[in-house]
Design a protein around this ligand. Sequence first.
Ligand code: B3K
Ligand code: ZN
Length: 878
Amino acid sequence: MRDAQPRTVYLKDYRKPDYLVDSTRLRFELEPNSTVVTSSLEIRRNPAAGEGLPPLRLDGVNLELVSVGIDGVALGVDEYTCHDEGLIIPVHRGAFTLEICNRIDPEGNTSLEGLYLSNGMYCTQCEAEGFRKITYYPDRPDVMSKFTTTIVAPRDYPVLLSNGNEIARGEIEGDRHFVTWEDPFAKPAYLFALVAGRLEKVEDQFTTMSGRKVTLQIFTEPKNIGKCEHAMHSLKAAMRWDEEVYGREYDLDIFMIVAVDHFNMGAMENKGLNIFNSACVLASPETATDAAFQRIESIVAHEYFHNWSGNRVTCRDWFQLSLKEGFTVFRDAEFSADMNSRAVKRIEDVSMLRTTQFAEDAGPMSHPVRPDSYMEISNFYTLTVYEKGAEVVRMIHTLLGEEGFRRGSDLYFERHDGCAVTCEDFVAAMEDANGVDLKQFRRWYSQAGTPLLEISDDYDSAGERYTLSVRQSCPATPGQPEKKPFHIPLKLGLLAGDGSELALDTDGTRETVLEITEAEQAFVFEGIPERPLPSLLRGFSAPVRVRYDYTPAQLRLLMRADSDAFNRWDAGQRLAFRALAQLQQDFRAGVELQLQPELMEAYRSILQQEDLDPALVAEMLTLPSAQTLAEEAEVIDAEAIIAARNFAEQNLAEALFEDLLETFRRLDHDKPYRPLADDIAERRLKNTALAYLCVTEKEEALQLADTQFASATNMTDSAAALAALVNRGDDQRAQAALQSFYERWKEDDQVVELWLAVQSSSPKRGSLEAVRALMAHPAFELTNPNRVRSVIGAFSNRNFLQFHQPDGSGFRFLAEQVIALDKLNPQIAARLVTPITRWKKYCQGQQEMMHAALQSVMDSGQLSADLYEVVSKSLKAD
Ligand code: B3K
Ligand code: ZN
């Protein structure tokens, strides 16, 4: 917690570090309430930073200083200044050894940043600025140092881990032992990690492309040791893929993963010692859904890929966060696309981007991929930095092509290995390796907001000439009233009336990438024999909105015939959006609702296309979520959105009942479980059909869910049946299912979290009272972020109906929880508050209540810097 208003940090104020730390020796004497940290730092003046010997400034937060010494001589208290945020030490020599001893309290650390205890296990989280909660240090990513770490602990903590290779271990009198680790690669402090606990491990081996053998280990609490196989398999697949696709080889002799229960996010890429949220690494067919299996595969890969994109080449400062995150998300998305269905992966990612990142870009916290300022950097681990950042890298890939991109990434890694660099360096490497100019493209890093492309066309039948006119614009965002034109790759094809692909030039090219660089631009295609139907922004080739006046018949043709699977799905979404917009309008006008027959027919024909990937069919059958509709709306009228969506879903389910039943039966076979793409796709479609069938609340449908619930041999089917029974049908049935599920799985943390989330996100059973009751359940723990996300997060982000109750009770509840949580874990509090920061987009009544809830957070007393930044910026947006 802070005393004064948090200060804003600006990118324009970046200065090189005054001092460098060549080596860092750490010693930890672990005790729950009083861990002693001793450090010995070899420090020297940074020759690149200027003349003279300015004082040495070290960061330090919540530390109890014991002693400071230089070159073996202890400093008196008047020889340095110790303040709330660190130490200032006058310097008399250009190079010296600094010795510091301090105490910390891991048990009292509920922020889950720095060193803390999770179920009795010691672990760390240092990114971005957590190392300063461990010891005094220049805690900035451009100070890179070689670390040697000794951990001393009671012998009943048999496993003691840190980065690099183990170089010594031994016994110490009084029932204690120690292990020393040495990391040969210089790294910033944010990549430091330590783990100590009663852990078991599974071990495997990987032979790298140059023939080196690497030991792979995954550590968990003993009860979870049977849940590591999938993560190990994913790790080996990721290691091979990075060699094949990027030529990147792993560099240490050992790679370790540790699963911990209390964790603020998914996982952390500490050098050689990745620490994972249990939910993002542990899985077995009986306890984890297909979605969890796929999430684990992608997160294991993501953290592994950071070894090059993040660790070997790191960020100069935190404004450059997307340098490692955007690039690494792009890398993991391509990996997942290669391991699974490429089209479905793209659809999932784009749907998420459009719903959540577009909303962020249009909201009070809108910021560029490379922000210009922040109060609390933890607030900038955002969808913009990660997902839009990945889209920016993807656009470079689209512009340069596979080979050009690889030349660029090779040059980037070679040029900057061992360095802390900027987004600018990344783009420059791409340019230099390919001899191209990406000057205008750089605006994607500096301008916030989602660009809009308004596209119109004209066909001259006599001249067989087709002209596409594109106008780009980008809405104002906080601090950026005017935007300059972006460089946008627009991938497209042209369809003939029969759905075939027209040749775009005399070479017979059927797909091209137009480079849009002007505010208004026209593109002419010659020799087009008929008026074509444009298939625009194929594969979502840029993170923009596209407006083009398609007729419903044209959308149906794209849905049926486009060679680009992503655009087939997108055409269906556009059709559904229109129908849902009409329904919302009718609801508000008090007109009787009616579903457009075209939509019904379009959905029926999707179900009948048996040659399509079942996962794609499932995606195409899914109506845009209430959250997506909210994002698309000019003004959010929650009641109208809910009414429209329920009506459409209900009508589709009734009208397509027989087709859905047929689909369900066809896929309801007894295959042994494998988390492989084809099987996942079949289960996805089967369970989408089941959910639709149960929307009708017909006994026949609910019995299918009952049967599946009773006989399922894997969690995907079991959880889908549970959700169907909780969301539909009578109370008795729902309660019986919930009860038996809990009894069976109450010892399994990941399944209990799923059980909590199914209830909190259920429009039917997740009322505010029900959510409060879950918070009183023994399974709930306010200090465990997974539990908080499963109950409070699921309610406010995924339970549109209950969260938006007209009396505003959902908003007030969220405010109350955020205030309580801020005292324990500011990072989680600042994230959780998001739904009520969007007050400005709501219709008047809701807007006022949301604003009042947000104001009550502000007025509740001293807020953490994290929460203060989000709340104050959101309140200001009026
Ligand atoms: N780099 C970490 C995120 C750290 C978040 C700190 N608040 C995980 C990842 O993106 O791989
Ligand atoms: Zn990452």
